[in-house]
Design a protein around this ligand. Structure first.
Ligand SMILES: [Zn+2]
Ligand SMILES: [Zn+2]
Ligand SMILES: [Zn+2]
Ligand SMILES: [Zn+2]
Ligand SMILES: [Zn+2]
Length: 328
């Protein structure tokens, strides 16, 4: 048994090295660097670079964070290769008029000044500060409508459309470093997409197995519809299982007969509404994260008239509920 495992591992190793050998080195990005002439270093004022430095032994080096004023006076801008290419071109042009070159130090000083002046300028402009931009209702998850966050279940904002979703609700097991884009902004950044189940345009979208678009919220609430992968909460599957009758219902909130509606959970009530319309109108929609026999989530939605008393009473502390607003 042990031998077998060892053999497997050897095989894997061999496979890995094989794989390494197959890498086409001509396709790897080329390393590029610029060699500075000593004059240039002096010109930039980095005179320290010329004297070798030896670290004193048995001493700690303390780094003092420079103050705002100190930073304001120092040239922080560092040219990159794009700047250098531009400056070379610019200097070529100037040569034709027999004018002197703009040195890299002058270029960096100008850029530094421009950036700092610009920063000061926009600081003074009255307008929404970054904190004001995110209003409390915008930071609620577009799927569960809750604002609560936990370490492993943060609310993530899309860098394209600013939609807010919980990691668990939208299926983001790992938050990427840098920007995060929702599915819609990844796949159709410049288009407005429409949900196959409802007429509303905002919210958190996912694709169906046929590459159509739908709100994740609509997909979760329409009973016949399932998510193929519940870790990534996509793609939306079993759309063809939605009965014809559901596609024919008229929403009592937006009065449109479009897409597919859900109905009041009261057995004697036939009120139908789009999932997103119900959410916007503040109808009672309860999502019990209690698993049923077949592993689903128990969902109950009620029209205005049939909201059970205990729902209204437990509104304050219940996590998965939309507060009744009395609109019909
Ligand atoms: Zn959520
Ligand atoms: Zn987005
Ligand atoms: Zn929808
Ligand atoms: Zn509607
Ligand atoms: Zn009802």
């Amino acid at each position: 048994m042990l031998e077998k495992a060892q053999e497997e591992r050897n095989k894997e190793k061999a496979h890995e090295t094989q794989h390494l050998r197959q890498v086409d080195h001509s396709r790897l990005p080329k390393v590029s660097f610029t060699t500075c002439e000593p004059e240039e270093i002096l010109e930039r004022g980095d005179s320290n670079l010329n004297t070798s430095y030896s670290r004193p032994e048995n001493h700690y080096i303390r780094y003092n964070e420079p103050t705002e004023e100190e930073l304001y006076e120092t040239v922080e801008y560092d040219m990159d290769e794009m700047d250098r290419a531009w400056l070379d071109m610019y200097n070529q042009e100037k040569k034709k008029d027999h004018r002197t070159d703009v040195t890299s130090f002058l270029f960096e000083s100008i850029m530094d000044r421009l950036e700092k002046e610009w920063y000061c300028l926009i600081q003074g402009v009255s307008g929404p500060s970054t904190e004001d931009v995110i209003l409390p209702e915008d930071s609620a998850c577009a799927v569960c409508d809750d604002t609560e966050v936990e370490n492993s279940n943060a609310i993530v904002f899309c860098d394209g459309c600013n939609v807010a979703v919980h990691q668990d609700c939208y299926g983001i097991p790992y938050i990427p470093e840098g920007q995060w884009l929702c599915k819609k902004c990844q796949i159709a950044p410049n288009e407005s997409v429409s949900c196959i189940f409802c007429p509303n345009k905002d919210g958190a979208f996912k694709q169906t197995t046929d590459d159509l678009w739908a709100h994740l919220l609509c997909a979760i609430w329409i009973p016949e519809v399932r998510l193929k992968n519940t870790v990534y909460m996509e793609p939306i599957d079993y759309v063809d299982k939605v009965p014809k009758g559901r596609w024919r219902l008229t929403c009592c909130i937006c009065k449109k007969r479009q897409g597919a509606c859900i109905q009041c959970d009261n057995k004697h009530c036939f009120s139908a509404f789009h999932v997103t319309c119900a959410k916007a109108a503040g109808l009672s929609m309860k999502m019990k994260l209690q698993t049923t026999q077949n592993g689903g989530i128990i969902l109950n939605a009620y029209c205005d008239k049939h909201t059970p008393r205990e729902y209204e009473e437990s509104n304050e502390e219940n996590e998965y509920q939309i507060v009744q607003s009395g609109q019909s």
